[in-house]
Design a binder for this molecule. Sequence first.
Ligand SMILES: Nc1ncnc2c1ncn2[C@@H]1O[C@H](COP(=O)(O)OP(=O)(O)OP(=O)(O)O)[C@@H](O)[C@H]1O
Ligand SMILES: [Mg+2]
Length: 445
Amino acid sequence: MYLHELKVANLKLLRDMTIPFLHEGKPRPWTVFVGENGLCKTSLLRAIALAASGPERGNQLGTAYIPTMPDKRQPEDAVVSIEATFGFSELFHEERKYPGLEGMRPPRPPRLVSKLTTSARVGVLRGSSQYLDDSGTQLPGTESLPDPLQDARATGLNLWFVAGYGVNRNLPQPMSTSGRTYVAELDRLQSLFDGPPLIATDFVSRFDAETARTFSAELRRAFVEHGLLPDVEDVLLMGRGGVSDPRTLVAANRFSMRLPSGEELRIPALWMSHGYQSTIAWVADLVGQVWSEGGRIPLDQIEGLVIIDEIDLHLHPTWQRGLIRSLRRALPRVQFVATTHSPMVLPGLEPHEIFILQQEQDGSVRWDQSAQQPRLLTGGELYERFFDIRSVYPDEHAQKLHRYLRLASDAYRSDEEDVEMEALRSWLQREGVPVAYEPVPRRQP
Ligand SMILES: Nc1ncnc2c1ncn2[C@@H]1O[C@H](COP(=O)(O)OP(=O)(O)OP(=O)(O)O)[C@@H](O)[C@H]1O
Ligand SMILES: [Mg+2]
């Protein structure tokens, strides 16, 4: 499923916010939130995950989190509300089941609104969902149906796919997750709520030998052919059948890296750096989750909503620069909702795909969209337009040195400017910043 709109109220610092996820009538493929620490980016991602799960699965996912949601600035009985509208693709409409609509199948996919509430008094999520028609009113004839989202999540319905990845996304030890009870609806979103490790590459130990082999080949396509992992030349993940000796287990997931010398370095996935591991982990998990649900679906057919907190996590700026473009190529039918603290992620995005969060005087958060095309901006301009770092010189020392040099090279500086220049020179010398440039003599204007 795809997200069309999110409304939240009284959730932490989100007093009353509506965010559109449609662009020109279609689900926007990428939405990235940027904003200072503590501006509720993760809270927004979690709100989407809860709304997509419905109350029953949502309460399981967010047991510890839900009591933290009610805005502390509001009275105890203030109602936290999350309302999300979702849609479905036309492509798989014929195959997709819509609980309750079996006898009255609509010619086009319906929309679905999921509403959740909680409060400091209640402490758990309550809510329901219903189908909507194109005009946004309840689909005629569905008034007495049981809750469709609840039903879809309880029965693990295919083609209602949503997954979410939080900031803890390390690779698991091979075969470490095979004994774990797996409930797809929870497993796909738990990482956003600091849950257990992802299954990720360990899906090979859950799949049969042939599926494991194809899974490995499909990940190779994502990582090597679509360039998601720089300098990786080959990927080989072995399932249960491929490893006989427990001592060689770690080597069962092997990546080949190209060294600057041109030589090849073959190492187990678990020996790779954090940047590689965190990207491998969520991409492998996503493909594994989709395949456990619907079989061996090629990357470019994978559909659904994928939520990623801090998409730039552990990645060097040169890698960040190409990340979104590689993901667009590799997974063109996925709708991504992500957050980032990095300007280098932005050139892969259109202006309408970036939501800048800012804070009001009372602490409430609001969003803005930039009219600027990020791919035409310099690094400095990206910092200024999207991260509010207005100076070319972010550090005070550089700012003061820059001001000193401007004044010292101006023969027509005023008396006040001359005093300011001397004060700057003394400050810089005290701070140990070398000031080699002597002021030019002053002249009369
Ligand atoms: N019950 C509450 N009522 C009001 N505000 C809250 C409540 N609980 C937490 N907060 C504030 O809400 C914000 C929630 O932060 P959240 O983790 O969503 O931010 P973030 O934008 O993801 O930050 P970061 O970039 O550091 O990850 C924090 O500023 C926190 O101080
Ligand atoms: Mg966060």
